[in-house]
Design a protein around this ligand. Structure first.
Ligand code: GDP
Ligand code: MN
Length: 383
């Protein structure tokens, strides 16, 4: 779950990472009050979970509270569109922060390096811009420091890494402290990403997190109840947010063949088959084990909310999940929704015969194998 910048800064502050003062506002009047408390000089930043807010016009610097409040008023309710997120996101909150005087911008992040099976700290002197671009154009400008899971980080290793990233001498000591604090924050907060871009180096020699991005491991959310309230808006896609509310494992993709199956492996396999048959999957959806009719109905509804979907493939291998329960769910969904796209169902295993009997004579096309189902849905959808 991605946290907003203001939440990320609050979290990092608890680990003694220097962050600018500031507060969130949901209306212009509150924004003005915060700006006044900061003495008028401030930065107003859209709190949306997407990168490139600066370029998208979501970050602006001010020297008086009136102008800051006016901009905050314009920003709230507006849809911001960036290169990273072309469909855009509506701004609901803004962060009004202390204006940091920036001499140089650096980059720091902590994430899991799966190949190395350990955490990696990424350090770069080239901060402020998109790190993917730095990785592409100046790969040598990013220094990677792996964290030993048993020993953690030794000070000398961090000092070496900071030096080899060419961070200027006067900033190094604070950078070392910041890196150690970020690793501690990552581990103790169940994070799966901590990123500061830019780490600001001020003319009076202070290192401070001008931006912050923390993501919490979804599997740890049960013990991170403080994020419950903002969980829904953490999804970048409205359908994924709806799926999160319904407790459905759903990932939006950019194709047009909706896919529902039971078990992540079977769903991925179905996606492969759809691709092989010349189609493009619109989503990943795992109904989960032992799904009842009501849940299947909810899943079908969700997938059909995606207006890009031109055909639906339902692939069930009955084990704990009973085929007839799935069939009932599909039929219930169809009785309440106005479905005018082709639907192909392949049901195998427990209660498959009962399922096929239920689907017999309906608009749902049956299929005997996964390949057959994929071929049918693709040819019907693209007909
Ligand atoms: P992002 O574009 O979504 O990553 O948003 P950032 O918070 O990183 O802001 C984009 C850019 O705005 C930064 O790279 C800075 O150059 C600038 N910026 C943000 N906050 C401040 C600030 O307090 N002072 C100054 N001078 N610039 C800032
Ligand atoms: Mn940034």
């Amino acid at each position: 779950m991605k946290l907003h910048e203001y939440q990320s800064k609050e979290l990092l502050e608890r680990f003694s990472v220097p962050v600018p003062r500031g507060q969130v506002a949901t209306d212009a009047a509150t924004a003005r009050k915060i700006a006044e408390e900061l003495g008028g000089k401030c930065v107003v930043k859209a709190q949306v979970l997407m990168g490139g807010r600066g370029k998208a016009g979501g970050v602006k610097l001010f020297d008086n509270a009136d102008a800051a409040a006016q901009f905050a008023g314009e920003l709230i309710g507006k849809r911001l569109v960036s290169i990273q997120n072309p469909q855009g996101m509506v701004v609901e909150k803004v962060l009004v922060g202390e204006l940091v005087d920036i001499a140089e911008e650096y980059y720091l992040s902590v994430l899991l390096d799966r190949a190395e099976q350990r955490l990696v700290v990424m350090i770069s002197k080239e901060g402020g811009m998109d790190i993917e671009e730095v990785a592409h154009t100046k790969p040598g400008a990013i220094v990677r420091l792996h964290v030993d899971p048993a020993w953690g980080l030794a000070d000398y290793e961090v000092r070496d890494a900071v030096a080899s990233a060419n961070i200027p001498g006067p900033a190094r000591r604070q950078m070392v402290t910041m890196i150690k604090a970020l690793v501690k924050a990552y581990l103790e907060s169940d994070a799966d990403l901590v990123e500061i871009n830019p780490v600001a180096w001020t003319p009076d020699g202070k290192l401070i997190a001008a931006d912050a991005k923390v993501s919490i491991d979804d599997n740890a959310l049960y013990r991170r109840s403080e994020y419950e309230a903002t969980k829904d808006d953490s999804a970048e896609d409205p359908l994924e947010a709806e799926a999160a509310r319904r407790g459905i494992a759903y990932v939006k993709l950019d194709g047009d063949i909706g896919i529902i199956g039971n078990g992540a492996g079977l769903v991925m396999c179905s996606m492969d088959e759809v691709k092989a048959a010349g189609g493009r999957p619109a989503n990943f959806l795992d109904v989960g084990g032992g799904a009842q009719a009501e849940r299947v109905k909810s899943c079908v509804e969700l997938v059909l909310q995606d207006k890009a979907v031109k055909g639906l493939l339902i692939n069930i291998f009955g084990g704990i999940t009973r085929g007839d329960e799935v069939a009932k769910g599909i039929l219930e969904a169809f009785s309440t929704l106005d479905v005018n796209i082709p639907v192909v169902a392949r049901v195998e295993g427990t209660a498959a015969e009962e399922a096929l009997a239920l689907l017999e004579g309906t608009k749902i096309v049956g299929a005997s194998t996964m390949q057959d189902a994929a071929a049918k849905v693709v040819s019907l959808a693209y007909a």
